[in-house]
Design a protein around this ligand. Sequence first.
Ligand code: SF4
Length: 384
Amino acid sequence: MTFKKRALEASPTGIWFRWNKKNGYSIAALLPLVEGAGLADRPREGIMLYSFASPQAEEVYREVDSSRGSVEAVFVAGGPHPSARPEEALRRFDFVVIGEGEETLPELISVIKGGDDPAGVKGIGYRQDGIARLTLPREDVDLDLYPPFQPPIFSPIEITRGCPWGCAYCQTPRLFGRRIRHRSISKILEYARFYSDLRFTSPNALAYGSDGLHPRIDKVEQLLSSLSELDKPIYFGTFPSEVRPDFVTEEAIDLIVRHCRNRHLSIGGQSGSDRILKMIGRGHDVEAIRRACDLSLDGGLVPNLDLIVGLPGETAEDQRMTLDLAREVVGGGGRIRAHHFIPLPGTPLEDEEPADLAAEVAKEMGELALRGKATGRWGSSDQM
Ligand code: SF4
């Protein structure tokens, strides 16, 4: 019997994380902080902890609604969607953890178990006399004080959290704040020993050790050389992480090629239109994307360029420019990962309508996909 199966049947404390395939990384980070917690594949008696993003929200709400009255539980929500819409989540849940859970969740659980007043717990929402109340925000956590996971539940090692950029479509700075924080090399090494190959999460892997605005390639070098001593394959700047184009330099590519196993690099480009890049606050232009892809190819890494289509206010001309950039990158030997814009709660674009995708752009993206040069979800004939 696997650990997950055993864990699905055991919690001596009656505290359960609602496990699903989409929230594994959050649960891996929070499980070690809640002593005696188990994993549940349905609502169980006790304290039920949920972590979810917007695409799962309706399904989660249905589950909680339908178990009210039949399961004796206190329901607690956390993760990107409840953090952005605490009042909405409180219509179904008893408590919401807003933002980072490492300090807030254990404190909240102790208050729930003790039947104490939750008003003093920073970073939560709760209901009192039918009214949703939000407490003061919690300070950013120090990543070194908390494990990224604890075996046997694993996740890639989170090396960096928070982002000083404020891209208008992105939840990261709204969920984790704009102050970038890094896990120290010694802590990263401590958790690297659990893996046979090494993968990381970060909003921008090449920002490791920096203020997030100005690269500190010396810090990236220290990290990669220390990891290299473990003699395990390293995958850096690739799924589940990526890099900003303005952080891609010859030196950075050289470091990755020298120390890492990956021979591709995930670059966040987002649009081929300078007007759109400015509108969404990316802080770089199309030329920076071109330069990053060229440097990557010249250095021996295939660029996997992330693009978003259907951003609000995007015209057919903007989309054509994005398509031109995609063609250019593919022509040089790169690949495209395209997404249709989704308005995410808590972001400045949350109430904006996605722009329709021009037929010509959809057709050409489909052709790139058929040639194995593009993946993603940009329309009805999208590829994964
Ligand atoms: S898209 Fe990337 S750079 Fe922009 S705010 Fe989000 S994490 Fe930061």
